[in-house]
Design a protein around this ligand. Structure first.
Ligand code: ADP
Ligand code: ASP
Ligand code: MG
Length: 450
């Protein structure tokens, strides 16, 4: 649809009544925004995940009360909460039952069903917020649109089925000029069970929906006025990047710039849909446009930081002049659905970090004891934690002489555990101790961007 925009508002943007009202005003002011995708109110998904992981009665009651309080605070500010209060009450009762079930036995399907309630509640309330500003909106259960496989916690969309569903469910509504409010993060598997796309997945949902509706753009409204040269929480004077390429944004997202979920760019790139990132609290500040081929493309673009990294060092004397060791190791990792992130090898060992991007909704650990046991059968396994990956993202890094000297000269006082560079000319990654991560980012930002 030629003029259609899909807008997505994240957790802090729908955290309370004032924030929701600001979002509603943004939607009302833009006649092209006909589909709105929402996250759960800030904090709710974390509480629901804790409930889904199973806890005893007192803790359960405490967490439930916190979830309820977040919703109550918004409901209490509505002029007429009547019907929506009943709907939220019903959802809270569901949560209570599901949490009790999870305290007996957890399951990934149960987790997804439970945590989907956060988005259900925020969208129900948002429709009423709009109504009180004299805007009519239609609530749509996104599970009737976004079809996925059954990989609970990090489900993959079924693009063909989602397209069909969208043609049947969304398109007629939009053709009639209705404003659609729906949920990010969740979908439905072929058996009708609720799935989730992984933490932070609402950005991805918005891009998927934009794609099936052939929208002109995706507007990601969040708590920062665009994508910055690094996380402004770490470097307050980081600079906003006005335009950047899909490839640059994808690198940033993959390497931890939480502002976009890493998968968001897949549909956008595939269908060449520009993505805008702006602040729902201060839309007048402008934001970042991510497009296919903006110019210029500076050598240094941004610094991303991914905390909580695990380094796995696998050694085997059999690797010396032998074939098949790496294949063996990677087969085992693949069997456990682990994707490897950065990697270096030496004569008898291989060191790798594990890819946690868009981590599973349940927050489950990647390294299971089954995996470690299996690896131990073919090599010695060493696990290092407490690390952080700092990625410098840029363009044609291989064409500029002296880059390595500048980077490593700047951070010479810090211990570097691993360096990964070469496979891509768009990034240089260094693994450092968690305690030094912010300082390393600050030092590099100061040297390369300020
Ligand atoms: P939402 O709830 O709207 O999805 P997120 O918390 O997922 O928002 O993402 C926004 C946050 O991303 C910002 O508050 C900021 O701290 C963080 N962030 C990390 N890297 C960057 C960056 N390079 N530019 C802007 N924000 C960033
Ligand atoms: N509510 C989900 C989360 O907290 C999805 C999202 O916010 O994008 O991960
Ligand atoms: Mg997010």
């Amino acid at each position: 649809m030629a003029n259609l925009s899909v807008a997505k508002f994240g957790g802090t943007s729908v955290a309370n009544y004032a924030a929701m009202t600001a979002c509603a005003k943004i939607v009302i002011a833009d006649p092209n925004t006909r589909v709105v995708v929402l996250s759960a109110s800030a904090g709710v998904t974390n509480l629901l995940v804790a409930l889904a992981n199973g806890c005893e009665a007192t803790q359960r009651a405490k967490l439930l009360a916190e979830v309820r309080q977040i919703q109550e605070n918004i409901l209490n500010e509505l002029k007429d909460a009547g019907t929506v209060r009943l709907e939220i009450e019903e959802l809270l009762t569901n949560i209570e039952y599901l949490a009790e079930a999870a305290s007996l036995a957890t399951s990934s399907a149960l987790t997804d069903e439970l945590i989907s309630h956060g988005e259900m509640m925020s969208t129900k309330i948002f429709v009423q917020v709009l109504r009180e500003l004299n805007a009519q909106a239609t609530w749509v259960d996104v599970r009737t649109v976004v079809a996925t496989n059954s990989n609970f916690g990090k489900a993959a969309p079924d693009d063909e089925q989602t397209q069909k569903n969208s043609d049947n469910v969304l398109k007629p509504l939009i053709d009639r000029g209705e404003l659609v409010i729906t949920q990010g993060f969740i979908g439905r598997d072929p058996n009708g069970k609720t799935t989730t796309l992984g933490r932070g997945g609402s950005d991805y949902s918005a891009a998927l929906i934009a794609e099936v509706l052939n929208a002109k753009d995706v507007l990601i409204w969040t708590d920062v006025a665009g994508i910055y040269s690094t996380d402004p929480r770490i470097v307050p004077n980081a600079q906003r990047i006005d335009t950047m390429s899909f490839a640059e944004a994808a690198e940033m997202a993959t390497f931890g710039a939480k502002v976009l979920h890493p998968a968001t760019l897949l549909p956008a790139v595939r269908s060449n849909i520009p993505v805008y990132v702006g602040s729902s609290k201060a839309p007048e500040q402008g934001g970042t446009w991510v497009t296919r081929d903006p110019q210029p493309r500076p050598t240094f673009r941004a610094i991303a930081l991914r905390r909580d990294q695990t380094l796995l060092t696998l050694s085997s004397l059999n690797m010396l002049h032998a074939q098949g060791f790496l294949a063996n190791v990677f087969n085992i990792l693949a069997k456990h659905k682990i994707s490897v992130d950065t990697i270096t090898t030496s004569e008898v060992s291989v060191a790798l970090t594990l890819d946690k991007t868009g981590s599973a909704s349940s927050g489950a650990e990647l390294l299971s004891s089954d995996l470690l046991n299996e690896l131990s059968e073919v090599c010695t396994v060493k696990v290092d934690t407490g690390l952080a990956l700092v990625a410098l993202i840029g363009n044609d890094l291989h064409l500029s002489a002296g880059i390595a000297k500048r980077i490593f000269g700047t951070i010479e006082e810090y211990n570097i555990r691993m360096i990964s560079y070469g496979a891509s000319t768009n990034n240089i990654c260094t693994l450092v101790h968690s305690a030094h991560a912010d300082d390393v980012v600050r030092a590099l930002h100061k040297e390369l961007f300020e």
